[in-house]
Design a protein around this ligand. Sequence first.
Ligand code: AR6
Length: 176
Amino acid sequence: MSKFGERIHVHTGDITRLAVDAIVNAANSSLLGGGGVDGAIHRAAGPELEFECRMLNGCKVGEAKLTKGYHLPARYIIHAVGPVWQGGGKGEAGLLASCYIRSLEIAAARDCRTVAFPAISTGIYRYPKNEATQIAVGIAGTFVGQNSTPETVIFCCFDEPTAQLYRQAVAAIEGC
Ligand code: AR6
């Protein structure tokens, strides 16, 4: 069996379709919706989601907040706010890492067995995909190594080239 015992998976597709305990949203600080995966999640979850989000008073960059999943197959949505890429000198790596850690902590606190992440910050926020992938997979590997919950972390990639990057990153930490 591999080092992570199949606890880290890479999937290609639309995160709104996944029947998991929690999906993570790449949100903005307002938590009131937007484009990209955020827009897709709000559309699929329905208007009740924005109503709950309005009660949360926003979310800081590097932080995450939980809502119900409403019409999604996922039970919960963890809204994480990634950094906008500004060249790498503005603490972006630490803030992106913090998004993943906080999301995993929230998932663990709610006893989520399976949690799925999109590639936070790599779309509209322009974080370089390769660097972002290393952070995402590194944090997930450390977290599952130290915690029994979530049992499974899924990286849900919207396209095959991104999935390939994730598979390479997972293979690299497996070999460590
Ligand atoms: N399922 C999985 N991944 C997706 C989906 C989907 N349905 N749709 C897009 N992606 P982005 P960000 C991928 O731009 O960079 C919003 O307006 C996409 O290919 O959604 O964190 C928010 O409100 C990319 O790899 O998020 C914020 O203002 C990844 O998801 C801002 O965008 C993230 O791209 C956040 O920007």
